[in-house]
Design a binder for this molecule. Structure first.
Ligand code: T3D
Length: 263
């Protein structure tokens, strides 16, 4: 597939996806969703990448759904938004969560509507200090989608989730980090270098172990302590037979840096 609304490249075990409609603040179209789905399925199938980066081109990360696609002439039938969620946003969130490698979202600017929640669907979210997060849905009579009603209360608690969702205020990257909505906020001048260092660290990491960490932490949302202890036991059993565990222990005992294969 030729990509027109995203950029996609894999090099040095890092897959980079850049939303690329900067004049529309990288808002989502059906075409962009199709391209994203294709790129994510390639990452899952190829096995070349050991970390995925999702970021945006220009001054925004993503302004959510392209609303110019939603304007209807008086008397014309409205768009079925449920179908749009089912075909586009739901599969995107689940694809990011299901990828068996870490997904880093580098929020390079404003993240609004579904753009904010797609960022939160990623495993590690780093934002530049001038970025912001806006649950813009309430301004147009909608509910936070793309997992927003799931992620927000779990990340920042019910009171802050309700305020963000009902008021649609702009939350600065710094405040988002202070509230625990994201992993880190870094100064604009350090954003690219910090993101690159994070990607390099994750690309060299024991990928199967990180995939198991991701599965276990997300599973904990619905589990009792006993169920979660079972998840940890089963993961540890599997990982205990892995090449990377063996390498990690050997490297520790040899007092050298490990060379993980990802398996
Ligand atoms: O529909 C479905 O399928 C259901 C799913 C819905 C999911 C959703 O995401 S609903 C929420 C949609 N998003 C929004 O409501 C956010 C709309 N955008 C904004 O509120 C603001 O643009 C921002 C706060 C993000 C940024 O503000 P600012 O002042 O920095 O930029 P701007 O001037 O508003 O935007 C720059 C341009 O991008 C502008 O176009 P122009 O005037 O230069 O020709 C603006 O219209 C355009 N733009 C920004 N966001 C969108 C957009 N065009 C289409 N759709 C957008 N979402």
């Amino acid at each position: 597939m030729n990509y027109e609304q995203i950029r996609f490249e894999v090099s040095e075990r890092i897959a980079r996806v850049t939303l690329n409609r900067p004049d529309r603040l990288n808002s989502f179209t059906t075409q962009m969703h199709g391209e994203l789905r294709d790129a994510l399925s390639r990452v899952a199938a190829d096995g070349d990448a050991r970390v995925l980066l999702l970021t945006g081109e220009g001054r925004a990360f993503c302004a959510g759904q392209d609303l110019s696609d939603r304007a209807v002439a008086p008397g014309a039938a409205p768009v079925d938004l449920g179908a749009s969620i089912e075909e586009n946003y739901r599969p995107l969130v689940l694809a990011l969560r299901d990828l068996a490698l870490p997904v880093v979202c580098a929020v390079n600017g404003v993240a609004a509507g579904a753009g904010a929640n797609i960022a939160l669907a990623c495993d590690v979210v780093i934002a530049t200090r001038s970025a912001s997060f806006i649950q813009a849905f309430c301004k147009i009579g909608l509910v936070p989608d793309s997992g927003g009603t799931f992620f927000l209360p779990r990340l920042v608690g019910a009171a802050r989730a309700m305020g963000l969702a009902m008021l649609g205020d702009k939350l600065s990257a710094e405040q988002a980090a202070a509230w625990g909505l994201i992993w880190k906020c870094v100064d604009d001048g350090e954003f690219v270098a910090t993101t690159d260092a994070l990607l390099a660290q994750l690309a060299d990491a024991p990928t199967a172990g990180l995939a198991a960490i991701k599965r276990a932490l997300y599973a904990s949302n619905d589990n009792t302590l006993e169920q979660q202890l079972d998840v940890e036991r089963d993961a540890q059993r599997t990982l205990g037979y892995s090449a990377d565990y063996r390498e990690g222990v050997a490297a520790f005992l040899d007092k050298r840096a490990p060379r993980f294969s990802g398996r």
